[in-house]
Unconditional design. Structure first.
Ligand code: SAM
Length: 511
């Protein structure tokens, strides 16, 4: 069986197939279509007509000799995969129960975007009782993020280590005793971290690429239970600092508790989305990430955020899964395949382009390896077919062949600093404002700027330092400060008291 896009030459056979089932063939030329071929015969067809808001599914037909083989399901999935963020709409008198089992809801014309009336299926006279079935796009961002969170929370709850490509998580295979050794870690790395930190979810070893130096600040995007963050913490030493960010609360809780119990004083875990990093501008020397970016719903935004928080001259080291060719539609639409780092992966060139577009330079692929699911294939097929009987072994094989693990490095160019006209980042401004609030005894101002700084991800440690500086300033007799300022700046009126007038709050919120 071959499922492929409909070609103009297929039209006579499609019309014959539709007419044999009493379905009207008119308006096909306004649709995109897909056909199934078997031994030279055309045995199935589906078409989609688009408006900006809806994708109208129509002309779904499977030849009677081929029914019961999941062809209808495959055609539907192919059609649905084309709809992007649009709602799917269908008019049917006979297939209602089947559509409802697929997650469609029965509705009326009044509840469907008006543009549907411009399509061939819905033009002209339609009685208001015509059964219409509607499905909002289930691959919306919130659904995807929820699926990812649920999947990775599960690894913590079950204390599972290692994973397969779809039925489990990202990355590793089960052939080695410790799969981490297969993706670039040394046995001493595995032994160096607390038990429970390495959940076997990575697809490379970004720390090995990172040439981290003592004293550096490192950010781990999607830090999971902390494996790479703990390894990085040893490289940067007590003068350095590691921040891990992850959106799954269970991952953060596990990582924090390991850091506490094992005395990792230079590691901090923040819960948040890497598409909106809770980290201040130009703060970190190096960013690492292991099998995470493919899970984000807006990769370009995630790379822009990485660029924002990196110091000029900083380095990005990413291990991730990308595609060498598009995935079969049925896999692209599979939530489990998304959460398993497959369905959300970008084509390799698009991925590299997104890193460039964010502003990074010297973007370099330093490693590429195929994604071996050979020994887990049978269980993958079984698990996938339990979710969706239409997924075949061939679909999974095609998907596995499309996916590779990439190791990428890039830098933030130094001149990025000179592109900015404002030398104070929003976080630094808030720290200054906190100091000013303390120095001027303005409690509402302090609370306001404290909240603003927290939202920007400024650490309590930095805020304490700002407060201490302000207290030291307050404790210093004015005369001495003014004399110092006079010495350094040659003030015109050295008698002006160096007091901070009023409140530093620029928002007008502090009265
Ligand atoms: C495949 S695991 C990798 C974990 C870790 N890097 C490792 O190698 O063990 C992916 C992690 O990314 C996190 N994640 C996925 N999307 C995210 C997002 N948009 N923001 C923050 N974390 C995210 C998940 O919660 C999960 O912990």
């Amino acid at each position: 069986m071959l499922l492929r896009k409909r070609l103009p030459g297929d039209h006579p056979k499609v019309i014959q197939l539709l007419e044999s089932a009493g379905l009207p063939p008119d308006g096909l030329e306004h649709t995109d279509g897909w056909v199934v071929e078997s031994e030279g015969f055309l045995v199935g067809h589906v078409a989609v007509e688009f408006t900006p808001e809806v994708a109208v599914l129509r002309s779904l037909i499977v030849h009677p000799s081929q029914r019961g083989k999941g062809l209808g399901e495959r055609l539907m999935t192919e059609a649905e995969a084309q709809a992007g963020a649009r709602a799917f709409v269908l008019k049917t008198d006979t297939a209602g129960p089947w559509m409802e089992r697929r997650g469609y809801q029965k509705t009326t014309l009044d509840h469907v975007p008006a543009s549907v009336r411009s399509t061939t299926q819905f033009s002209g006279q339609l009685c208001s009782g015509t059964p219409i079935y509607l499905k909002e796009n289930t691959m919306d961002f919130d659904t995807l993020k929820a699926a990812v969170r649920e999947r990775y929370a599960g690894f913590v709850k079950q204390n599972t280590s290692c994973c397969g490509p779809i039925s489990k998580g990202c990355g590793c295979s089960s052939t080695l005793e410790d799969p981490s050794l297969k993706i670039g870690y040394e046995i001493q790395d595995v032994k160096a971290v607390p038990d429970g930190a390495n959940l076997g979810l990575g697809c490379g070893n970004p720390v090995a690429l990172a040439s981290l130096k003592p004293g550096e600040i490192v950010l781990d995007l999607g830090s999971g239970a902390g494996f790479d963050a703990f390894l990085a913490s040893k490289r940067v030493g007590s003068q350095g600092r590691v921040i891990g960010v992850d959106m799954t609360p269970e991952m953060i809780a596990r990582a924090r508790s390991l850091a506490d119990r094992h005395g990792y004083a230079n590691v901090e875990f923040r819960q948040g989305d890497i598409e909106q990093l809770p980290v201040e501008d130009a703060m970190v020397d190096a960013i690492i990430s292991n099998c995470v970016l493919n899970l984000t719903t807006d990769k370009a935004q995630a790379f822009r955020e990485a660029f924002r928080v990196m110091k000029p001259g900083g380095r990005l080291m990413v291990s991730d899964l990308v595609l060498l060719k598009p995935l079969p539609a049925i896999i692209r639409q599979d939530l489990d395949a998304y959460a398993a780092c497959m369905a959300g992966a970008l084509l390799k060139d698009d991925y590299l382009a997104a890193i460039h577009a964010a502003g990074f330079a010297q973007v370099e692929v330093v490693g590429e390896s195929s994604f071996d699911i050979g020994d887990t294939m049978a269980s993958e097929v079984e698990a996938a077919q339990r979710r969706n009987p239409a997924i075949t072994a061939a679909d999974l094989k095609a998907a596995a062949e499309a996916v590779v693990s990439l190791q990428i490095q890039a830098i933030k160019p130094l001149q990025a600093a000179s592109q900015t006209t404002d030398l104070m980042s929003p976080s630094v401004k808030e720290l200054v404002a906190i100091g000013a609030a303390i120095a001027s005894n303005c409690e509402p101002c302090f609370k306001y700027h404290y909240d603003a700084a927290r939202k920007l991800g400024v650490s309590k440690e930095d805020m304490r330092e700002a407060v201490n500086v302000a207290l030291a300033v307050k404790a210093t007799p004015h005369r001495k400060v003014v004399e110092a300022a006079d010495r350094l700046l040659t003030l015109t009126n050295p008698d002006t008291p160096a007091e901070i007038e009023g409140c530093a709050c620029g928002s007008g919120n502090c009265s």
